[in-house]
Write a protein that binds this ligand. Sequence first.
Ligand code: ATP
Ligand code: MG
Length: 137
Amino acid sequence: MEKTLSIIKPDAVKKGVIGKIIDRFESNNLRVAGMKKIQLSRADAEAFYAVHKERGFFGELVDFMISGPVVVIALEGEDAMTKNRELMGATNPKEAKPGTIRADFADSIDANAVHGSDSVENAAVEIAFFFSQRELS
Ligand code: ATP
Ligand code: MG
């Protein structure tokens, strides 16, 4: 079974929609294999989003990701990476299809409710970044 990483970002945690977002996953055959609520340090966020460090929005992205706790979730299911990206919707919530997580819960391109791995290879790296083997089942 394929795995992918989801992060419920600080805006969605503050809004109190953790449960509603997890329901989207479970209702679409994505199983929670691992989950925890954590406060990222600046070093954590910089390392996690290192691929974007040359982008103009990197500083804002890191500031936003450490602005409050996040929920990190390892999801498992058939085509989990692609399915999660479909459920999330476009990066900019204004462009996200109706019924997607970002269309329903996100406010802006910065505060866009969720992260999702963008390839199966990156998913493995991202899951290992947050979870030890004993935290996954
Ligand atoms: P994520 O990686 O968080 O799942 P994504 O894969 O849809 O989002 P990326 O291109 O990987 O989008 O960008 C990472 C994050 O950086 C986005 O979720 C968004 O919050 C922020 N971001 C991306 N593009 C911009 C932009 N043009 N202006 C401001 N923030 C941006
Ligand atoms: Mg991305």
